[in-house]
Design a protein around this ligand. Structure first.
Ligand SMILES: Cc1cc2nc3c(=O)[nH]c(=O)nc-3n(C[C@H](O)[C@H](O)[C@H](O)COP(=O)(O)O)c2cc1C
Length: 172
């Protein structure tokens, strides 16, 4: 079976840490990590299974101006891509306490773009165990991907990722 692409960004923070944990949970030789910065459609075309990972605003916004627009630029590209026949899953970093009304919004935004591009969305997650008020990632009783909260619940990240990867192994 072909490898799984994990497209993530920014680098150097919680998102990269989570991307590497997802890769490890699958087995590193099963995955191919792709930084979102400068990523093109041609980088994704060889893969039939793609995982997208990003924070809802984060290091890319406040500590490195050059990385600020990486996801924005990629999303405009993603919108026009042809992902027909590909399975897509999304994980997102967020903060349930400080951003309870916008918790992991980017999961919803990225998922919408992937579906618009023709991808089949898998890896939806039950809300049990999360405390939040509103989220663009929450539809019809499920998150459209895996929320991770390194700010408030870092001790749960490992288990959440392992559980999600087991789900993806059955849905991909
Ligand atoms: C300026 C700023 C804005 C943020 N906005 C949100 C938000 O709207 N929703 C949310 O769930 N988390 C929000 N967060 C939390 C980040 O998503 C979280 O800290 C994440 O782990 C950062 O990932 P990174 O280290 O890869 O950048 C925000 C953080 C910062 C610093």
């Amino acid at each position: 079976m072909d490898k799984i692409a994990i497209l993530f960004g920014p680098t150097g923070g919680n998102t990269e840490k989570a991307a590497r944990m997802v890769a490890k949970a699958f087995g590193e030789d099963q995955t191919h990590l792709i930084p979102v910065k400068d990523a093109q459609e041609s980088d994704l075309m060889p893969f039939s299974r793609i995982i997208f990972g990003g924070p809802t605003i984060g290091t890319h916004t406040w500590s490195d101006d050059n990385q600020k627009k990486d996801w924005d630029i990629f999303l405009t590209r993603l919108y026009k891509m042809n992902l027909k026949g590909k399975s897509c899953a999304v994980f997102g970093l967020g903060d349930q306490v400080s951003y309870s009304f916008k918790f992991v919004d980017d999961i919803g935004i990225i998922a919408d773009h992937a579906v618009q591009a023709g991808g089949k969305l898998v890896g939806l997650v039950d809300p049990e165990g999360y405390t939040f008020d509103e989220s663009k990632a929450f539809r019809n009783g499920k998150f459209l991907g895996l929320p991770l909260d390194e700010d408030n619940e870092p001790e749960l990240t490992h288990e959440r990722i392992n559980h999600w990867v087991e789900l993806l192994k059955t849905e991909f």
